[in-house]
Design a protein around this ligand. Sequence first.
Ligand code: ARG
Length: 462
Amino acid sequence: MNKYKAWKGRFKKDTSPLMEEFNSSIKFDKRLYREDIEGSIAYADALKAAKIINQKERNLIIKGLKEILKEFEYGKFVISQSDEDIHMAVERRLIKKIGDTGKKLHTGRSRNDQVVTDTRLFLKKSIRKILSEITLLQKNIIKISEREIATIIPGYTHLQQAQPVLLSHYFMSFFWGLRRDKNRLKNCLTRTDILPLGSGALAGTTFEIDRKLLAKLLKFSTISENSIDAVSDRDFIIEFLSACGIIMTHLSRYAEDLIIWSSSEFDYIEIDDAFATGSSMLPQKKNPDSLELIRGKSARVFGNLITMMTAVKGLPLTYGKDLQEDKEPLFDTIDTVSLCIKIFVGVINTMKINHTKIKYNDYILATDLSDYLVKKGMPFRKSHEVVGKIIRYADKQRISLSEIPIEKYKTFSKTFEENIYNVIDIKKSIEAKKTLGSTSTRSVKKQITTAKKLLSLKNTGT
Ligand code: ARG
């Protein structure tokens, strides 16, 4: 047996190559090299503070670890076929570099507390990165909302034209969803920011490892209170995956609207060439693949959440190798969400809005007609019925509401007067909205101002 196996003492025979391959996580957990080395550097300090190693040994270990970090950064680190995981790979290399002192590093530590420390360190960075990417998307949403403040679209319910709204109002709705997404991530960050290191395999350790010192060195806000919980807990991953799942529902829904809007039937927008692709057979096609992939990739993020919940739900405490399965869904989610956000920014920044193609018939002002009658004293249920009949009439005649003569209106209700035609006006309908958070230009501008304040952006007085 000439391969490096930290646990070889207990074993008489070699591991089967098939089992070696099955057991190994190095191909994906090598991504944790930085965090693994960071964690080990701090751990060397804790060992020194506990007088398990002396200053010289501490320095030697840290020097070796820093060199290994460089090897990884420069792509020089050679992974050996028998490296089980990133922790073993770094340890093997350290011992090769500095000799027996390297064998002291793992004192009082288990890969169980080590791996979850690495993962938490990694996720903390990733959450911060995704938060800033979402902020960038929000900034672009604000920019488009300011630019399109005069654009009116039909708002939809059931994908049927419902009431006119400002396009800005529509886009700003996305901003608020993303704000909730960020709050969920920040919340998850507080529960990721807990140090498990120093919990050993499950029971703690007989060495006086100062966990508070470790937390300080590794910039964790707090330490775990229970060593069993520390090595078993993957809630922070599940929470993150679930928060990302919700982010993907948002991206996917808005992607779907834009896909519909880019169809020839709607033609409200044109996706830029840079974010569309063609068909191998149909020369006329320009497909919104960017948005379709965002919609499609939401599925794998949801899948990752289910993978993780399933992996832990029947797992006896504490650690089981099942937990090694946490990394691929985690990494895949981080990469997928991050990429989808960036693509979304690209799509909305470059898409063209076909203002002249945005079409609606004035039936979307039916509620305004009904409100007109209510303001003249008619109970709403009654006015709803009256307007319903007017629409049925107009639809049958194939005319718009503004084309119905006043005499005809009066046959539906005597309450109608000449000024009814002032109400049948898209712009007026928008501006007539009185409630906070509504689609009136005033209200949307206020919304944008609030949003900018939240992002600490300068208000230019939109
Ligand atoms: N590669 C393992 C993982 O990702 C590290 C922990 C292994 N622990 C153990 N007791 N075998 O979970």
